[in-house]
Ligand binder design. Structure first.
Ligand code: FMN
Length: 202
């Protein structure tokens, strides 16, 4: 099949992209609003950017009414966010936090999640995750405007928490202990338990 991408609706483009760009790690992004209410939502259009500066990006699309999602609005208002890594144990909870709640309700309270104070930013970490990246907004790119329009949030990583339990003897995260999950198409996810090694060529 050849997909003529400009001839199909954005909602169908989306259905193709989420099945073809896989597996995607999941950024479970916590923020606080201007009034201090915490917010938590998953985003799988997510990756690292580089080490100089330490940076990552994720992509919150606009809502169907054309407005930014709460996560993006909070980041624009406060300039801060935390990316938490999701384990298979927490997959169900992560999925629940993608529900659209009323603006005055926090996903932490609604789904029984515990906030842990961050070191470098006001947005909280999620208790029980193995890794949290505390970030300040570095760049925001609005690629278009209106319903479903794509936005890219680039975060400058200010501080990183890694659970000691997932560390190897050199002080780096051991992939076999992290238990991270990835998103495939539709409602499908993968675990990171089927690992193999490849030596890099010279
Ligand atoms: C696993 C998963 C990955 C998601 N990835 C994205 C994404 O990359 N971009 C996006 O805009 N929405 C994504 N969503 C949907 C958002 O989580 C959802 O719109 C959420 O309500 C946004 O919350 P907020 O308004 O509190 O920011 C994803 C949902 C799930 C369950």
């Amino acid at each position: 099949m050849e997909i003529e991408i400009d001839r199909i609706r954005p909602s169908v483009v989306y259905q193709h992209l989420i099945r073809l760009i896989v597996p995607r790690p999941i950024a479970w992004v916590s923020t606080v609003s201007r009034s201090g209410l915490s917010n938590l939502a998953p985003f799988s259009f997510f990756t690292g950017v580089g080490s100089r500066p330490p940076s990552l990006l994720f992509c919150p699309a606009n809502r169907r009414d054309g407005q930014p999602k709460d996560t993006l609005r909070n980041i624009v208002d406060t300039g801060e966010f935390v990316v938490n890594v999701v384990t298979s144990r927490m997959a169900e909870l992560m999925n629940q936090t993608s529900a659209e709640l009323p603006e005055n309700e926090s996903e932490f309270a609604a789904f029984g999640l515990t906030e842990i104070p961050s070191v470098a930013v006001r947005a909280p970490r999620v208790a029980g995750v193995p890794v949290s990246f505390e970030c300040r907004l570095l760049e925001l790119l609005n690629l278009e405007s209106g319903p479903g329009a794509a936005n890219i949030v680039v975060g400058r990583i200010q501080h990183v928490y890694v659970d000691d339990q997932v560390l190897d003897s050199q002080g780096f995260a051991d992939p076999s202990r992290l238990d991270a999950i990835g998103r495939m198409g539709g409602g499908a996810y993968c675990r990171t338990t089927d690992l193999f090694d490849l030596p890099r060529p010279d």
